[in-house]
Design a protein around this ligand. Sequence first.
Ligand SMILES: Cc1cc2nc3c(=O)[nH]c(=O)nc-3n(C[C@H](O)[C@H](O)[C@H](O)COP(=O)(O)OP(=O)(O)OC[C@H]3O[C@@H](n4cnc5c(N)ncnc54)[C@H](O)[C@@H]3O)c2cc1C
Length: 238
Amino acid sequence: MSAPPLSAEYVIVGSGAGGGPLAVRLATAGHSVLVLEAGELAAGLVYDVPVFHGFATESPDMAWNFFVSHYDDETQAKRDEKYDAGRGGVLYPRSATIGGCTAHNAMITVYPNDADWDDIADLTGDRSWDAATMRTYFESLERCTYWPKWIATVVSRLARFFPALDVRGHGFGGWLPTSIAKPSLLAKDWQLIRAQALAAAVPLVVRPEHRGGAEQGLSAGTLAGSDRRGSRPPTRHP
Ligand SMILES: Cc1cc2nc3c(=O)[nH]c(=O)nc-3n(C[C@H](O)[C@H](O)[C@H](O)COP(=O)(O)OP(=O)(O)OC[C@H]3O[C@@H](n4cnc5c(N)ncnc54)[C@H](O)[C@@H]3O)c2cc1C
């Protein structure tokens, strides 16, 4: 007897950061969903422990090593020291497993710079992309764990007089927990120490900008990560 044909209202190709949550949203809204995933179900320490993300990226169980060229002009492409002539490009590691690249990413949350959102709004002529609107989405998805909400509220009031204390722009009830890496970890990593020294010398390049009341850009001292229970929460977990 042959199996009945599969049918679904939605077919989603890939179970990564995009496909996984979309499939869940559709299914919980009562739709039938079929998810096609090219990778296997990987599991184990390198998958579950965030600090092993480097190993996870190279894990043969899930690594998909693509090589890409960033330029049409091959001479220009070869100027990149990471260019691998044998493979015709620069390594572009991807993860093929349930959860896609959420299975090996570094779980760092970096908020985009306002200028990038505003550029998109200008380019598309659609103001719903602008920085002020996008910040409201971030506020609704973030669960900031490094500022208790009452402190954030009090401190934001004081920020009128001390702008550096301004923590507006953060959310406290969303699904994405953000925390700050322990500064003591930096003391053991010379590359980060060098980056921090550079940040002090060239503040606008690496330090967070305080514009509109919230951090923008990346700082070695205030890397915010998404880490709820100390383990990796990829899309395969509810
Ligand atoms: C090494 C690395 C570190 C990163 N670190 C961070 C970080 O610290 N913070 C952060 O926010 N982001 C980080 N990212 C980026 C983030 O993980 C990705 O932007 C995000 O996972 C992309 O989601 P996606 O759904 O588009 O694709 P993916 O998560 O890549 O998922 C795609 C899925 O589709 C599957 N697939 C592909 N083709 C097919 C096919 N033909 N049929 C069936 N299945 C298919 C793949 O197997 C994969 O499971 C990192 C990415 C990498 C590679």
